[in-house]
Design a protein around this ligand. Sequence first.
Ligand SMILES: Cc1cc2nc3c(=O)[nH]c(=O)nc-3n(C[C@H](O)[C@H](O)[C@H](O)COP(=O)(O)OP(=O)(O)OC[C@H]3O[C@@H](n4cnc5c(N)ncnc54)[C@H](O)[C@@H]3O)c2cc1C
Length: 490
Amino acid sequence: MQGDVMEQQLDRSKPFDQQIPMDQQIPMDLQIPMDLPIPIDQQIPLDLPIPIGQQVPIGKQIPMPSQISTSPTTPVEESVAIIGFGAAGVNALIALRCAGYQGKIRIFSNTRIPPYSPIMTSYYVGGTKSWEECFPWGAEELDSLKAEIHYDCPVLELSPEAHIIRTSRGDFSYSKCVIATGATPVLSGFPSTDDYKPLVLRTMDDAERLKLAITRPGCRRVLISGASMVALKALEACLERSLETTLVGISPHVLDFNALPVAAIRFEKGLREKGVELRLGQTIKAVKTIGHEALRPSYSLEVTFSSGDTALYDEIIVAHGVKGNLEFVAKSTLEIDHALLVDEFMRTSDPDVYAAGDVVQATELVSGDKRIVGIWKNAAVQGACAGKAIAAEMAGTTIPSDAEFRGSISANTIAVKGTLFISAGIMEITSQRHREVYEDENMTVVSVFENRADGSRRLVGFNIVCDEDEAGSVAYDTGAMLTLRIENTA
Ligand SMILES: Cc1cc2nc3c(=O)[nH]c(=O)nc-3n(C[C@H](O)[C@H](O)[C@H](O)COP(=O)(O)OP(=O)(O)OC[C@H]3O[C@@H](n4cnc5c(N)ncnc54)[C@H](O)[C@@H]3O)c2cc1C
């Protein structure tokens, strides 16, 4: 019955998130609208102390549980727990309700704000999207899912054997649990400094800090360390703010995990034309603060590079990769490689603990290996698979075949002030793989083919670099077509 009500309340006619490339969008039947208007002045200040056991008033539109449990619950209570409230967590919740599960669902989130999209953070920093546009789910939709949401309640420990989740507000039992805690930027390789904490980009808190830092009076020169997608998104935000930008990266080319040199070189040309200084094949060796943070705007940073050069900057953004948020999982309790290992229904090595999103290694279609594919669509689909499978298990029925996660391929799109890069699949060249390059005055397309035992070949990855980012252009159509081709032959 409750499941039926849920079905009616979800408005499936609206686009989910127009920033996500077509091939990364969530299936229509899982979509809910993006219309959460939470003005910044209605947000709770981030440093407000929260009395233990009290709800956090996040703003009048945020759904809160009618009562937050402050005492340990009995282990016999039937309930589903979802740890982390991002793309994977929200989609697990939606799928549970859509599949008819009417029992208790507890969500544990370590933030005070509703689920947001990390994809939107750079646009917020750059000033092209508002705070409200970073929240894909409306308060009404979240409310209609009838979950007990524990905001600002990080999970401190998970005990799979006892079926207990430990938080600072007490212990909670669960029958089934989904780990959907995403990832956190790492600062590895950044030299330690006495008093400067570099900027990173993942959460809305990160975005707010970054935005305040680069829009402060006196901030003119920004150094971005790292040459990955997140680094380039941060770079784009700085260009939107008309800042002088330098990108430093350890590899000889940008996008080294995603791009072959011939594609990266064209992309780098586009960046240089936008005034970006590239320091490739270098790292930051030392950072010295001149003045003090308290003396802003007069403070600046003297950076020494591995080349021996020194230069002055006003802020540094570090994008050196991420690590899964799994501190609350004891290594001996669940099988972990680089991330949690899961089966086709997103079950970890404990049959009552599922996991989804950036925190798992699941099947990557081209290689057939279990890999982390850290993209939004993956997190959403995996969360939905976990939700459907748990709903069936809670109902005592067989897990339906549509709860099976069949695997995914990596896919990325980025446009930096007009220079467009689209990539999907695997770009590693091996003895069984070769590349083919097509180039004209607007576009470079690099395709990687793999030889099959029967003498045929299959497409396993591609890069497209285009000097003009024009929505609906040939580049996007070509990208969508090649992505499908990789998926269909994997
Ligand atoms: C700047 C940027 C740009 C991106 N651009 C794209 C893009 O263009 N396309 C694309 O497909 N992907 C993109 N991504 C990646 C995409 O955002 C992620 O793959 C996706 O958000 C993963 O979803 P998730 O639910 O696994 O994790 P998250 O969205 O990170 O959600 C996890 C949640 O769990 C919370 N949490 C962590 N620990 C705990 C705990 N102990 N207790 C309770 N809660 C906890 C976290 O705070 C977070 O709110 C981008 C990422 C970044 C940072």
